[in-house]
Write a protein that binds this ligand. Structure first.
Ligand code: AMP
Length: 171
């Protein structure tokens, strides 16, 4: 199945010059969603993944589904101020300014095997910050998976040493 056929390019969203990769057609199609979740989790079957993390908000959709498939738990990484309990935060640089992600301080136990998940790898800043948070809590990252990779932005360079798995590669 060609999953890329279910991704819609939306030019100039949310601002001019960005081609937004809209995953909602893939989410709305039962067979494409099933296939995407199966392929995202496949390299990690039998690897003892205990927790899957997803990054707000599209990472939640795949994170939850892949966690279910791997019989692992799910942990959300969110924008600042959204998680109710004690959190740890990591800021990272954007083209202009900074952004940040948070995780509950007790979400990962030391030594737990963690699969990191998001919908799209662009510059890699978001995932690099997420990985730092998870490792700061003692998690052992067994893999980093994305539905889409925008290869021209070289996000992999911000994630050295990780086992990175992507399903759709935009050259
Ligand atoms: P980055 O930190 O640059 O790797 O950005 C990754 C985050 O931004 C992901 O959570 C994506 O959902 C979102 N993102 C960045 N660029 C795009 C794009 N062209 N289309 C859709 N989402 C994007």
């Amino acid at each position: 199945m060609d999953l890329e056929a279910y991704i819609r390019d939306v030019p100039d969203f949310p601002k001019k010059g960005i081609i937004f990769k809209d995953i909602t057609p893939l989410l709305a199609d039962a067979a494409a969603l099933e296939e995407a979740v199966r392929r995202l989790g496949r390299p990690y079957e039998g690897k003892g993944v205990q927790v899957v993390t997803g990054i707000e908000s599209r990472g939640f959709i795949f994170g939850g589904a892949v966690a279910r498939r791997l019989r692992a738990g799910f942990v959300p990484l969110r924008k600042p101020g959204k998680l109710p309990y004690k959190t740890v935060k990591k800021e990272y640089a954007l083209e202009y300014g900074t952004d940040a992600v948070e995780i509950h301080a007790d979400a990962i136990s030391p030594g737990q095997k963690v699969l990191m998940l998001d919908d799209l790898l662009a510059t890699g800043g978001t995932m690099a910050a997420a990985c730092e948070l998870v490792e700061g809590l003692g998690g052992r990252i067994v893999g980093v998976a994305f539905l889409i990779e925008l290869c021209f932005l070289k996000g992999r360079q911000k994630l050295p040493g990780y086992d990175i798995h992507t399903l759709i590669r935009v050259p």
